[in-house]
Design a protein around this ligand. Structure first.
Ligand SMILES: Cc1cc2nc3c(=O)[nH]c(=O)nc-3n(C[C@H](O)[C@H](O)[C@H](O)COP(=O)(O)OP(=O)(O)OC[C@H]3O[C@@H](n4cnc5c(N)ncnc54)[C@H](O)[C@@H]3O)c2cc1C
Length: 308
């Protein structure tokens, strides 16, 4: 199956852009902020929260990174005006991490401060393992500077995650826990499907033992079940956790969570660079191409399991 996924990714640049756009439509809100706001409005009406991701092209100079920070500040203003229930998710490299630590920190702090003035929240996405140390360092510095409205992401795929949970515990971080999309070296990452699931559950228990609020970001039904069992066993309420899913992925599962009374936040990307972004994500993890292909086929062939 992995060979088929990799072949799909290699073929992708040959697929006409309008076709890729049709397929991407359900995963990307659109090109403009207004497109994202419309989607958030709909999600809110369905009882779901959102987190908006401004898709940036690969950043090559500081001005591009500053422009992305400005786009995030504009996003907060628009959310405020529309009284929409959404925060934002920010990639450190989009704010210039690869160009300079201080540039990224400065940009991120401007976004976090802007969000704070509007009683809103910034989630710092976690990218590949070359960025983990710097990302956690920026997070610690922002907290030390008094910013409480900021959270991080930890990836169950990484072997270091359980140690990161212990080291961060005293800060009681607001954490999104996910499997991790980046395929890392086996020296630092679990490779097996079950090993990643076990690591996820261990990190989840450790985060909750430390009193953290956790955004459980997965579409894996087994992990959703494990999480629900733990929520019940710990008698947790909505102040302890939320579920998070990607726009367009397994929406029926998300609807079920909302019906059961859980909080659910939908990751909502928008931006003009959606094509470059989509290709990059697929190259990072070809398995996603397999998911999308299977999902698209399910939708084309009625009667197959396409509703979720
Ligand atoms: C809200 C949110 C935020 C995230 N933020 C980060 C982050 O900051 N850093 C990071 O490294 N990773 C992030 N991820 C990605 C995550 O790490 C996983 O790569 C991704 O969620 C797939 O893992 P899974 O837990 O859903 O389990 P899987 O076992 O991979 O997927 C379960 C099922 O969900 C479906 N599925 C999953 N993903 C897709 C997809 N993209 N398209 C179509 N179908 C799909 C498939 O049907 C699959 O069988 C995020 C995920 C979510 C939901």
């Amino acid at each position: 199956m992995a060979i088929v996924d990799r072949a799909l990714v290699r073929l992708l640049p040959a697929v006409p852009k309008p076709v890729v756009r049709r397929i991407s439509e359900r995963y990307i809100a659109g090109e403009e902020l207004d497109d994202a706001l419309r989607v958030v409005h709909r999600l809110n009406a369905e009882g779901k929260m959102a987190t908006i991701d401004v898709l940036g092209e690969e950043i090559t100079n500081p001005n591009e990174a500053r422009a992305i920070a400005a786009a995030y500040r504009d996003t907060f203003d628009a959310l405020d005006r529309g009284r929409l229930d959404s925060n934002v998710s920010v990639k450190p490299t989009a704010l210039g991490l690869k160009l300079g630590y201080d540039l990224c920190r400065e940009n991120l702090e401007s976004v976090v401060a802007h969000a704070g003035e509007r009683n809103n929240f910034v989630r710092i996405d976690m990218e590949d393992a070359s960025t983990t140390d710097d990302t956690l360092r920026i997070y610690r510095e922002l907290r030390a500077a008094g910013h409480e409205n900021v959270g991080i992401v930890l990836q169950a795929r990484l072997k270091r995650t359980i140690d990161d949970v212990r080291e961060l515990a005293e800060l009681k971080p607001n954490v999104r826990l996910c499997k991790g999309i980046y395929l890392e070296r086996s020296a630092i990452a679990y490779r097996g499907f079950d090993a990643i699931r076990v690591s996820f559950v261990q990190a989840l228990d450790a985060l909750w033992d430390a009193g953290c609020y956790v955004g459980v970001a997965t579409h894996d039904e087994w992990l959703l079940g494990q999480t629900r069992e733990r929520v019940a066993a710990r008698s947790f309420g909505r102040e302890n956790y939320e579920f998070q899913m990607l726009l367009g992925v397994r929406p029926a599962l998300g609807d079920e969570l909302v019906r059961q009374g859980h909080r659910l936040r939908i990751y909502t990307p928008f931006g003009r660079h959606w094509y470059a972004y989509s290709l990059r994500r697929l190259q990072e993890n070809p398995k996603i191409a397999g998911y999308i292909a299977a999902d698209t086929i399910n939708r084309l062939i009625p009667g197959r399991n396409g509703a979720s």
